[in-house]
Structure formats: structure tokens, C-alpha cells
Design a protein around this ligand. Sequence first.
Ligand SMILES: Nc1ncnc2c1ncn2[C@@H]1O[C@H](COP(=O)(O)OP(=O)(O)OP(=O)(O)O)[C@@H](O)[C@H]1O
Length: 223
Amino acid sequence: MIELQNVAMSYGGSELLSDMTLKLVPGSFHFLTGPSGSGKTTFLKLCYAELTPSAGQLTLFGQDARVMSRDATAAIRQRIGVVHQDCQFLDHLPLAENVALPLTVAGKSADPAELRELLSWVGLKAQAGALPPQLSGGERQRAALARAVMMSPEVILADEPTGNLDWEMSLRLLSLLMELNRMGKTVVIATHDLNLIRTAKSQVAARVLRIANRRLQLAGADL
Ligand SMILES: Nc1ncnc2c1ncn2[C@@H]1O[C@H](COP(=O)(O)OP(=O)(O)OP(=O)(O)O)[C@@H](O)[C@H]1O
């Protein structure tokens, strides 16, 4: 579904990521690690067609990312749910409307029962009417996950979803992501948190990718 063949990415002429080859198969679970600034967010942006590679072949759901029409890009984005590092909510809209936003933007309206079910899945039913600035960090991250799965995507890309959360809340978020994976979704989580990776690996067949020296490597069994 997401396939990279010798993909490189440059910003302003200097190459940040080089020669990346990887195939994300349906139902797989990957972590992505690497030092701050190594290119994890950039890698995820390539995977959801926010950026196009400066070299190499990137195929998203069978289509060449470098020559995709706007319509094809929009269609592919519906198949990929993204949990952004900073959540990116519209602060003047209540939580439920923020979560339903992907549907609203696509010109559809959310089924109220489905929306309630989704909010209750992430433990935020009682906060449906709250404005994003009134939510805690953990609540915001869970809301961001709910929004990412609103369109029933096949792939979930999560960028540091537990970045500012305490351990208990990190585990809660991880268990939601593992549940999605058990339902057959492909999951990629960018994180610095090695404890989170170890915990997940004891429960799911997760592979760990690491960005080092501009390259994407498969980390060893020590992680
Ligand atoms: N649009 C851009 N234009 C130029 N440089 C950029 C752009 N976006 C990111 N960069 C640079 O690319 C590098 C990698 O950024 P990226 O956000 O992908 O790293 P990261 O591994 O996700 O970092 P962190 O762990 O700190 O979130 C950084 O040096 C950043 O400044």
C-alpha cells in the first residue's frame, strides 16, 4: 500500500533522507525512531502525499506519488489517517466537530451515533462539547486519534502521539493504536520513546525502523 524504492527527500537542495526502500504491507505495525531532526515527520509526510520525493519511486496505493492528480491525492488521503504531532485543532469548534472535520471537509456529515461511538472509544464522550483549549494533553491526543480514524482509513500514521503524555496515558493511546492494528489497519508510529516500543513489541509483531545517517534502517532485535 505504501512502497518506497530508493526514495530521497531534499529541502532547499540539501538531502535529508536518502535511498529509502521499504514496503508497508496491509496490517503491519511499524515504529519509526531516530534523533530529533533526522526526518521522521518528513518521512510521514511523504507517506501521506504531503511532500513528493526529490528522487526515487514512491507508490501510494498503486499510484506514483510524483505524478498524482489533486483528485487522486485527495482520494489517497482518505485512506490514510494522520495523527499530527501538534494535533492541529480548530480552537473555536467543539471537540465533536473537530473530530468530524475530515468528513465535513469532504462535504459529508457525520452520523451522530457513529461520532458518539468514536468519542466513547477514545474515552471522550463527556467532552464532546468542550473546546480544544479546554482539553488536557492526553485528551487532545486521543481526540486527534479519533479524528484520524473518522474516515475509516486503512493506514494510521501517528507522529509522536505520546510526546507530552505521562506513561499511563501513553499506554492508553498505544492500546488504542494496537486495537486498530488488530482490526487490520496498518499502523506507523514515530516516537522517541523506547519504553513504548518495547511494551508494544511484547504484545504485537511490530517492526522498528530507524533513521540514521539519512538512511532508513530496520532496527535489530535489541529494540
Ligand atoms: N519545509 C521545510 N523546509 C526546510 N527544512 C525543513 C522543512 N521541514 C523540515 N525541515 C528540516 O528537516 C529536518 C527534519 O525535520 P523533521 O521534522 O522531519 O524531523 P523529525 O525527525 O520529525 O524531528 P523531531 O523528532 O524533532 O520532531 C529538520 O532539520 C527541519 O528543520
